[in-house]
Design a protein around this ligand. Structure first.
Ligand code: SF4
Length: 347
């Protein structure tokens, strides 16, 4: 049975027409789901009972099950969701001091790309999420934390390996008749699939793009991120130039700083060369430990990178990653419950 959560309004209107139902009914149902975040036909009280029963025969309205929640002292909440087939994913709610409320969404069960510094990559790949599963993460979290201000596709998985479902979820989040979420408040983060970056450049959208760069040296990046062997830096750089030219938008380059690995003077020089002439901003991110392979860079090394980039007229900021204590920070999502923490809750 198709899940009604991932239907666009246009699709619903067409399907309702084929069922002999008036178009305004489709709008009503769409609003219940995407505006009022209601996931039961029985709660759609302005629909006649016969219609509700008919919809139950035609569609499912299935969301995810919250299996576990872990709350950090900084307000970050990590959600472990169970999918209908028993698989699990994680999503994160992050509240920052400037009152931003961000939901970090997963797009795959596991991830096939095996970046060396990422806990999700260690899980291997299981399957892509459906658009309904992506949308449900945001809506279930929004039901507990209203007024979500930002959505970031930076959780488990590579969003551009699940391109169609990701773009379908974006279209539904941003539709006027539904959640009406601002396009500029959504960011999709890729590890650098150059072909998909070009495809994304062609989309008529203001959704932001972030690229997980982490090194501007082919040999090192190839070790840290095996995907670099398929899309080396020159190819990635060309796709980003194409993106800027075609979409007129800036790209954010994410750079996770690893002590003694990618934070040396030579690494800074290569990063500056990569960024020169590109419409970009660099986010320097302190590494969140999950094992023993890498250590986070020292504060002085991070400061040196910021100064070096700013001195070369390249926009750069240090991004504080939240939720580290509960394994909810960048690159830490690995389906592990974290025991013994204050504020932990469990469903
Ligand atoms: S960093 Fe992203 S692309 Fe790389 S393994 Fe982790 S989830 Fe996959």
């Amino acid at each position: 049975m198709p899940n009604i959560i991932e239907k666009s309004l246009k699709e619903l209107q067409e399907e309702f027409k084929n069922l002999g139902l008036p178009a305004f009914r489709a709008k009503q149902v769409y609003k219940w789901i995407h505006h009022k975040l209601t996931f039961s036909f029985d709660e759609m009280t302005d629909l006649p009972k016969e219609l509700r029963d008919r919809l139950k025969e035609q569609y499912s309205i299935e969301t995810l099950r919250v299996k576990h929640k872990t709350k950090a002292k900084d307000g970050t909440v990590k959600y472990l969701f169970e999918l209908a087939d028993g698989k699990a994913i994680e999503s994160v709610f992050i509240k920052t001091k400037d009152d931003r409320k961000t939901v970090c969404l997963s797009t795959q069960v596991g991830c096939p790309l095996d970046c060396l510094f990422c806990a999700t990559g260690k899980l291997g790949f299981n399957r892509n999420l459906t658009a309904a599963e992506i949308i449900s993460q945001a809506y279930l979290i929004a039901n507990e934390h209203p007024d979500i201000s930002n959505l970031v596709y930076m959780g488990m998985g590579e969003p551009f390996l699940n391109y169609d479902n990701v773009m379908r979820s974006v279209a539904i989040f941003t539709s006027d008749e539904g959640a009406n979420f601002g396009q500029r408040r959504i960011t999709i983060s890729t590890c650098g699939l150059a072909d998909k970056i070009k495809e994304f450049a062609e989309e008529k959208t203001q959704v932001r793009l972030a690229v997980s760069l982490n090194s501007a040296d082919d040999a090192l990046r190839g070790k840290l991120m095996p995907v670099n062997r398929k899309f080396p830096l020159t190819v990635l750089r060309q796709s980003l130039e194409y993106y800027s030219k075609t979409s007129n938008r800036m790209v954010t380059l994410e750079y996770v700083m690893l002590d003694g690995v990618n934070d040396r003077e030579a690494d800074l020089k290569k990063l500056i060369n990569f960024c020169r002439g590109l419409d970009c901003k660099v986010n320097l991110i302190r590494f969140n430990r999950f094992g023993h392979d890498f250590r986070p860079s020292r504060v002085e090394a991070i400061d040196h990178f910021v100064k070096g980039l700013l001195g070369a007229q390249i926009n750069a900021v240090v991004r504080r990653s939240r939720g580290e204590a509960i394994g909810a920070a960048c690159g830490q999502l690995a389906l592990r419950p974290v025991e013994g923490l204050a504020g932990k809750t469990s469903n």
